[in-house]
Ligand binder design. Structure first.
Ligand code: FRU
Length: 158
């Protein structure tokens, strides 16, 4: 439908932290700190695609290989405070790449995860190629940090 999240993931989905609602453009999250909206669907090696838009505040993101409570995960964001694309997990910023981040603009992420290797493309251009072996598998989802974000068209392929 046109008033909810379009996704290939069967879910169910749930808010692990933050406030999440259906808006015309997708799923909208608001959170003062890190908010997560997670699918119960899991994966280890995959290609994850999704659109993120920062409405206001700091960061909008896709999350993968998360635990149920999002205490462990990988998240790739656009951060308008630091002006970076960032791949992070709790305890480590794995990679940060400079980017003039525009609020209100839709960014398309493609994440290719193969074992410890995590490659990220932004709007079709590869920006991150990293290795981290902390989380081998887990749930798919999305993240907002200190602001409001809208996420749409989350798809996963093997
Ligand atoms: C990790 C972090 C996260 C937040 C992100 C914003 O470095 O502090 O808590 O989501 O940065 O870029």
């Amino acid at each position: 439908g046109e008033s909810t999240l379009e996704t290939s993931l069967q879910g169910p989905w749930y808010a692990a932290r933050g406030q999440w609602s259906d808006v015309a453009a997708g799923k909208q999250g608001k959170s003062p700190g890190d908010g997560f909206y997670l699918s119960t669907a899991t994966g280890s090696d995959f290609t994850l695609d999704g659109d993120v838009r920062l409405v206001e505040g700091v960061a909008a993101a896709l999350t993968f290989r998360a635990t149920k409570d999002a205490s462990q995960h990988y998240t790739v964001n656009v951060d308008a405070a630091a002006n970076v694309v960032k791949l992070w997990r709790p305890g480590r910023d794995i990679a940060t790449v400079p980017l003039q981040v525009e609020r209100g603009r839709t960014y398309h992420f493609t994440v290719e995860a193969t074992g410890p290797r995590i490659k990220v493309a932004l709007d079709g251009k590869q920006v991150i190629d990293a290795n981290d072996a902390t989380s081998a598998a887990g749930q798919f989802g999305m993240n907002v940090y200190n602001g409001t974000a809208v996420v749409q068209d989350v798809t996963v392929s093997a």
